[in-house]
Design a binder for this molecule. Structure first.
Ligand code: 5AD
Ligand code: FES
Length: 364
């Protein structure tokens, strides 16, 4: 049955929900290999054997949100809060540019106040001016008004990442406080699309109570909103959060299971969505040292090397065991380049690496 589904998917047939669930439920090692190999062949055909680098700048851990899973939630008093100044963000973006990364990603906890909005606007303008618009600028700064999204777009940002986290309304309500609404997320994604960004979203997999049916619905949601980029990763408990406190830290076996689920989601997303960009999330590497390159082997084609100053890195712990917190940007560049070469792929240096899906969508 799985063989048949994979064969039809590769021929371009549209998969039904039950078939997506069946692929996500694979447990047999031989079938898993077939799933990953099929996803890899589709990746090769659609986006090639090239991994694009996006230099990740984690510019502030100050956050107005209080998500029950996240290490930098506003109620976590064990976090030493920081906000980089404009020069620091600018310098790190230019570092990424000079390191021949096609793009940078500016990420932070959520803030909706005017001083923050204006600071991002000025910084994006400055990066865009210096690089002549050559460096892709992606923002990952949470829920904002359409006007704010527009200001940042006008300043020179190209892409925006806003994870939906889960599309199951009950599950969303379980992992967020009352005033964090799934509907608001959806409206923000629609506003981002209207504003003309390349839009990326994704979910966490392995949340307590999440079923394969939920994850299949998540993938079909990504398809239904015609998403350009996917960023998703395994949920990993953080000890200082309500959800992390409720369970003991992951055992080796749980790490392995979470990794496998993460890889299956990447593979099935590649099989169903085909020509989108899919990131191999850093969280994969928190579960196993080679997690990110395994993600590439299963269909992902984007990696986000951290370009944040080392001093700030330990303060941006969304989950336990986040990798690369002692390393610096040069080390991560060398390390990840080596890993990519090791699996027989090339790094798309100096290329923006827009998803073919976005190019096709906008050429219509
Ligand atoms: N485990 C995995 N991912 C997490 N994120 C936040 N907390 C965790 C966690 N404990 C993810 C969310 C968010 C992104 C920036 O980080 O999906 O959107
Ligand atoms: Fe940062 Fe390997 S990717 S040290």
């Amino acid at each position: 049955m799985v063989d048949d589904i994979l064969k039809r998917a590769e021929q371009g047939c549209v998969l039904h929900r039950e078939e997506v669930v069946e692929l996500l439920s694979i447990a047999d090692a031989d079938l898993l290999k077939k799933l990953y190999d099929t996803a890899y062949r589709i990746k090769e055909k659609q986006v090639g054997r090239v991994a694009y680098f996006r230099g990740l700048i984690e510019c502030s851990n100050i956050c107005i949100k209080d998500c029950y899973y996240c290490g930098i939630r506003r109620s976590n008093e064990n976090v030493e809060r920081f906000l980089m100044d404009e020069d620091e963000i600018y310098r790190e973006a230019i570092w990424a540019y000079e390191a021949e990364y096609g793009s940078c990603v500016i990420q932070a906890g959520e803030r909706q106040d005017e001083p923050f909005i204006a600071m991002i606007e000025r910084t994006v303008k400055r990066i865009s001016a210096t690089t002549g618009g050559q460096l892709g600028i992606t923002l990952s700064l949470g829920e904002q008004t359409e006007k704010t999204y527009q200001r940042w777009k006008d300043a020179g940002a190209h892409r925006y990442l806003l994870r939906i986290e889960t599309t199951n309304p009950q599950l969303y309500a379980q992992i967020h406080p009352e005033d964090h609404k799934l509907e608001t997320r959806k409206e923000c994604l629609a506003a981002l699309r209207r504003t003309g960004y390349q839009v990326g979203t994704g979910v966490m997999m392995g949340l307590p109570g999440q079923s394969m049916g939920d994850l299949a619905d998540d993938i079909l949601f990504l398809k239904s909103i015609d998403i350009d980029m996917v960023g998703m990763g395994p949920y990993i408990p953080h000890t200082d959060t309500p959800m992390g406190k409720a369970v003991p830290p992951y055992t080796e076996l749980e790490n392995k299971q979470a990794l496998t689920l993460g890889l299956k989601m990447i593979a099935v997303t590649r099989i169903v969505l085909k020509d989108v960009n899919i990131a191999a999330a850093t969280a994969l590497q928190a579960l196993e040292y080679t997690g990110r390159e395994q993600g590439l082997r299963c269909g992902a084609n984007v990696i986000m090397p951290n370009v944040t100053e080392t001093d700030y890195r330990p303060k941006y712990q969304l989950y336990d065991n986040k990798p690369c917190t002692d390393e610096n940007s040069t080390m991560c560049r060398g390390c990840l380049s080596g890993r990519i070469k090791g699996i027989g792929e090339k790094v798309g240096f100096n290329e923006r690496g827009d998803s073919p899906h976005f190019q096709a969508r906008t050429a219509e």
